[in-house]
Write a protein that binds this ligand. Sequence first.
Ligand code: SME
Length: 165
Amino acid sequence: MAESLFLPQTADRRLVYDSLIPQIAALIDGEPDLIANLANISAALKEAFGFFWVGFYIKKENQLVLGPFQGPIACTRIAFDKGVCGAAYTRRETILVPDVEQFPGHIACSSASKSEVVVPVFDRAGTVRMVLDVDSDQLNDFSDVDVQHLERIAALITDLHYTAE
Ligand code: SME
């Protein structure tokens, strides 16, 4: 796999995701190291869309712990009952927050973060193993297009790497 992304120069996110997702699939195909793959997925999303913060919180024992990410430094640990990440983990569903100030319990790792989407990543047994957190410094920056395509990226992680232990 070439180590550069080829992305259409368009503001249409659907087109960018449609180009990006097969490239992510190729990038992680055959690479068994989970951390390496999560690092490259974070970088690919950051490069493609310039999001303020993109990264993973991985379930470890009884909390979510910061994993590979791109962007400013962030909270290291998140309890299951805290923040958008905790809510997505506990509810086992994607949460789109158009305005983080309107989300009760939102964790402000950075005051620059205005909207976000958090997607659970399941293993093949259906257990949530981590969440993918994407933050924007723009209000209302995410739509169903982001939700659908970020869920496809989460499914790639499930398919290739997160077999049940
Ligand atoms: N905003 C998240 C916390 C993580 S950071 O934004 C990177 C939340 O409320 O879950």
